[in-house]
Ligand binder design. Sequence first.
Ligand SMILES: Cc1ncc(COP(=O)(O)O)c(C=O)c1O
Length: 369
Amino acid sequence: MNENKITVTSPLLPNLDEFHEMLKEIWDSKWITNNGSFHKQLEKSLCEYLKVPYISLFTNGTLPLLTALQALRITGEVITTPYSFVATTHSIWWNGCKPVFVDVDPQTGNINPDKIEAAITPKTTAIMPVHVYGKPCDTKRIKEIADKYGLKVIYDAAHAFGVEVNGESVLNAGDMSTLSFHATKVYNTLEGGALVMHDEQTKKRIDYLKNFGFAGETEVVAPGINSKVDEVRSAYGLLNLRQVDSAIQARHQVAIRYREALRNVPGIRFFDDMPGVKHNYSYFPIFINAAEYGKTRDELYFKMREQGVLGRRYFYPLISNFSTYRALPSAAPENLPMATKMANEVICLPMHHALNEEEIERIINCIIK
Ligand SMILES: Cc1ncc(COP(=O)(O)O)c(C=O)c1O
């Protein structure tokens, strides 16, 4: 085992001196949570950076999913993708709704719009797609279907920080979009997340819901939850926002080098940039065709580990294979052939802003030799 490990990700960390200065301000003010001044500044700065009208900060990327479903009063069945992180489906389950899995498009990894209509029943109330790896879903097609059947659309945009299609934020699609600012993401606030919405009224309602449902000192308007973000994480988030563009540029360079080196390797598939899309290079998944490559995905994955290159089988297993969900009719592998294939072939290569050339070459050599 090579001792010099290359991890799959590395957190974007603010300058410590600058962070100390902001901590001093927080200590002096003695206002440490409940919509403090850094919290307000971060919401404003994120709206500007992300080109969205309204945003509400959350303590992670799971609670905005739960809260969006609550706010829209979603019941019955929710159409979603099995090719995601478990939090997507868990949020549907925690709201007492039934997830209905629909297969993905192998060209993007996102829910296949051609398969959605067949999964709609009289109980369907919403669609929860995911912009997997930050690659935008076919939001136009999904909107057409949602409008036709009167369904809400909540995008799990945990991976899609800063992603734009033809100059417009992908976060403006659907009824609401959620973000994760977890340490492993392109932009992090240690733990954190957000909900993006289109109007002030909805923002107000979400702010009530994330503060126990309080609409005033003595008035509780809904069974809310606690997902308030403190001043320390807000300050950290403001500092990270200043450097996220350069982090994305550095990731882009890594993607360029990976593509150049792996393009002609038999049995290895990866995604190219999509036309008109500003990507964030949050992940670099490769898909291994064992017959052509000469090794299975797991053989390569464990060989990489042996050599200290820590990839991640993300997403494997499919959410639909976990015990809570596998008895659902829509979880049957025959219903999800493309998602099953992707889950069996994927390895996300190390991808972060701080990978150096030597590390990138070590990763590439591990795959091609
Ligand atoms: C697609 C997706 N949805 C939701 C989440 C949950 O976000 P968090 O870990 O911030 O709760 C993640 C986190 O990894 C994710 O990848």
